[in-house]
Design a binder for this molecule. Structure first.
Ligand code: IPE
Ligand code: IPE
Ligand code: MG
Length: 241
């Protein structure tokens, strides 16, 4: 697959911290759950737009390992939204919806707390995508994902498979959930905060960071293009001159 270029700077992988659903709802005197419902609509639009423009890798931060701290009702609402998204995804893949024709969707993170029913829907969608003859856009949905958890998980797997051996950067990378994928070139955060919140800690070592005050439900393909344009004028040096 050819590299996408924004201006002169190549971009293979964009990742998004989809933040601000709660504030979006609060501004409208709606419950936080309404913000999450609106947020899922944005997520689906951005996935479709990324497929349309042929972005090679898109990673979306949907639920962090710390988000379990939220009230039980909010957490179960988010799990229900994931479940209904999975139903839509499975049927879109089955009907060979043109939007998803060249897309491979994966769920990355510790999925063990999800119900067996949800894990089955994830397995079905991922298997379906793996069988496609041609993939142009890889979509990663980070769910119950934590950058620290990912590293600890990788190191433990390495130790159990390579007793007594020392780990190096290449070996560690190959045990991450994101093994085999290019590091994100650009990390976008909506909602205005300037932090990583435990997202892609290993992979983001040289990512360009872009924060926008736009709340996730208001984010659009146009906002995405603005982020891509801002990225294209960055100067990346990777420690060189
Ligand atoms: C992002 O929106 C969605 C998740 C973290 C699951 P928030 O729910 O964090 O919204 P704010 O930050 O409270 O506005
Ligand atoms: C980051 O947002 C996690 C996701 C978008 C899934 P949070 O709302 O959880 O982050 P903090 O608490 O503001 O750092
Ligand atoms: Mg938030």
């Amino acid at each position: 697959m050819a590299e996408m270029t924004t201006g002169t700077l190549p971009l293979r992988h964009a990742a998004i911290i989809m933040d601000g659903n709660g504030r979006w709802a609060k501004k409208r005197a709606l419950p936080r759950s309404a913000g999450h419902v609106a947020g899922v609509r944005t997520t689906e639009k951005i996935i479709e737009y990324s497929c349309k423009i042929g972005l090679e890798y898109l990673t979306l931060y949907a639920f962090s390992t710390e988000n379990w701290k939220r009230p039980e009702s909010e957490v179960s609402g988010l799990l229900n939204l994931l479940n209904s998204y999975l139903d839509r995804l499975v049927s879109r893949l089955r009907e060979d919806n043109p939007v998803y024709r060249y897309a491979a969707i994966r769920f990355l993170g510790d999925l063990t707390p999800l119900s067996e029913e949800m894990r089955e829907k994830i397995a079905v969608s991922e298997a379906f995508c793996r069988s496609k003859p041609e993939i142009r856009t890889h979509v990663n949905i980070a769910f119950n994902y934590g950058g620290k958890d990912e590293i600890v998980h990788a190191v433990n797997r390495f130790i159990s498979e390579n007793p007594g051996k020392q780990i190096d950067e290449k070996a560690l990378s190959s045990y991450l959930y994101f093994a085999g994928q290019p590091d994100p070139d650009l990390i976008i955060r909506t909602g205005g905060e300037m932090r990583l919140s435990n997202f892609l800690m290993w992979e983001s070592s040289y990512s360009e960071f872009y924060s926008t005050a736009t709340l996730w439900p208001d984010f659009s393909p146009k906002s995405f293009n603005e982020a891509l344009t801002a990225y294209s004028s960055r100067s990346r040096r990777f420690g060189g001159v």
